[in-house]
Write a protein that binds this ligand. Sequence first.
Ligand SMILES: [Zn+2]
Length: 244
Amino acid sequence: MRAAVRPLLDIGLPPLCPACRELVRDSAALCPACWSKLNFITRPYCERLGIPFAYDPGPGILSMEAIANPPAYGRARAAVRFDDVARSLVHALKYGDRLDLAPPLGRWMARAGEELLAGADALVPVPLHWRRLWARRFNQSAALANAISAAVNVPVTTALKRARATPQQVGLSKTERAHNVQGAFHVPPGGKPGIAGRRLVIVDDVLTSGATVDACARALLRAGAREVDVLVFARVVDTVRSPI
Ligand SMILES: [Zn+2]
């Protein structure tokens, strides 16, 4: 339906850069200025958390944070830093009904998460509570997971459920965030066969404190998952962290 309607729409509405609304040639393409401001995360980074290092400490070095406060998940990777352009893209996908952004974002994520996806059995989007899903009409994490699935041919599972609605994480401290999502996710008995013994990759749009994906990883591990990694579009990198 969407594909059939598209050419007509394109005549009426010229494609705009999803970040700054400047005219562009292709829909779902960034203008050159925004493209140059997007910060892709590449090595060197903490092999566990995927947090970029300011300088190269050598292969396999972990961040202080990964050692002091190891997460429930194995490894986390992000395509880009969560800065202004990334925020606009996430916002357009999440609230602006720009579902056409999911395929390019998914492809960037597939590249960033290549090692995680290589041995993965399934992708697990972070679930929305049904009330929020109803209000927003779609789950941006599921849209990204479907886009990654199309790019790398790893299936998506919806076995992980949100047991209760949680207040938005925005404006909460790290401790409050962890408390907020504690016990919020679970795998119902019927979903366990698809989770037990599997290597899974949780998919989300943004990683801030990591509390949400950590709570998801705990729920999946409780259901018997063998390995759980995390792949997000953007991650917050607030300070320059030095390796040990
Ligand atoms: Zn732009």
